[in-house]
Design a protein around this ligand. Structure first.
Ligand code: SF4
Length: 358
């Protein structure tokens, strides 16, 4: 990148950068937490989570000592829960291997659970002020457009090339400012729909000059989304509800959910749903409850799925043992981590109260 553009970028960033809580005091731990939260999540959503997290787990030691349920509870609603589990395990790794202090080398950082190229670059750059690039999707977009790179950015060799370009362009003096400026530019100006008219790089940017901002960056075929339709019985016995904890190693590990049954499509009316549910309760859980109420449908997305949840409330007389499930009181359910869609169902139940059998 031309030195005049580096200068323009620096000036633009120093005058336009957003005030973000993790920028106020960029300790290695704060950078680590914020960068993990920011993966696949927008800044505005992350801010309150980050502030709560730093109050609840102010140090790596506090995080390492916390039970996994407490960690997942703080993450509840952010999605992609493996990020929280990795952060937690990573904190334990740092306690065991580095006496609670994040190391400042690429190899040592990469050996910590959940730390990939981007997060390692961000910690070394923003917290330790080393001349290291942090290349996320924002930086990929800026650099492929600036240099007019027409290759598929999903390919490892293309990503490697862009990482090398990003590192080369960093100045010797205060390189972390340019590193963060590239991310900021991608997040606020060089977005999917580029705002080139306010960009400090527009004079030399190849995609802008050749009118190719809608073609660059080039990406491989999109992963298709699968839609799931699920009947969700909320089964209450007094003030206790039947729930299941996600199995270790699975997508929803340690997160609580109500039972659910997959069906092929959503165009069943209430009575058809009740009929299907009655059969499934008997067959899958050996239960027969009294139907009480249908709750509004909940739609939510996770990984490559879009789920449509259709909740119905049932009451039963006794707490039968159902393998893989447990009965938990409504008060205790407030304290445990729920998967996003099921948490919204729980909120409705908490708001409306539980039905009685009579
Ligand atoms: S000129 Fe436009 S396309 Fe080029 S870096 Fe700036 S915003 Fe992105």
């Amino acid at each position: 990148m031309k030195s005049k553009d580096i200068k323009n970028l620096r000036q633009w960033f120093l005058s336009q950068r957003r005030d973000l809580p993790w920028r106020e005091e960029p300790s290695p731990y704060a950078v680590w937490v914020s960068e993990v939260m920011l993966q696949q999540t927008q800044v505005a959503v992350v801010i309150p989570y980050f502030l709560r997290w730093m109050q609840r787990f102010p140090t790596i030691e506090a995080l390492a000592k916390a039970p996994v349920e407490a960690v997942l509870k703080e993450w509840e609603g952010l999605g992609y829960y493996s990020r929280a589990r990795n952060l937690h395990q990573g904190a334990r790794d740092v306690m065991e291997q580095h006496a609670g202090v994040l190391p400042a080398t690429v190899d040592e950082l990469k050996a910590i659970k959940g730390l990939g190229d981007y997060t390692v670059g961000a910690i070394l750059s923003f917290a330790f002020h080393q001349r290291k690039a942090a290349v996320d999707g924002n930086v990929m977009r800026v650099l492929t457009r600036y240099y007019g790179i027409n290759e598929n950015i999903c390919l490892g060799k293309v990503q490697k090339k862009i990482r090398a370009l990003a590192e080369e362009l960093l100045p010797q003096e205060e390189p972390w400012i340019i590193s963060e400026a590239l991310i900021e530019l991608g997040a606020t100006v060089c977005m999917r729909k580029a705002k080139c008219y306010e960009c400090p790089l527009k004079g030399e940017c190849q995609a802008h000059i050749k009118d190719q901002t809608d073609r660059i960056p080039v990406k491989g075929a999109k992963i298709s989304t699968t839609v799931l339709y699920r009947l969700v019985p909320v089964i209450a016995c007094g003030d206790r509800i039947l729930v299941r904890r996600g199995e270790p190693g699975k997508v929803m590990a340690d997160l609580f959910q109500f039972p659910y049954f997959d069906i092929t499509h959503a165009d069943h009316d209430t009575s058809a749903q009740k009929e299907l549910m009655k059969g499934a309760l008997k067959k899958e859980l050996s239960l027969s409850g009294v139907w009480k109420q249908e709750l509004p449908q909940v739609k939510h997305s996770f990984t490559r799925y879009r789920a449509c949840l259709m909740p119905h409330v049932y009451a039963v007389r006794e707490e039968k043992v159902v393998p893989g499930f447990e009965w938990i009181s409504l008060d205790d359910l407030r304290q445990v981590p729920f998967s996003s869609g099921h948490r919204r169902i729980l909120s409705m139940v908490l708001e409306h109260g539980l039905p009685t059998l009579c």
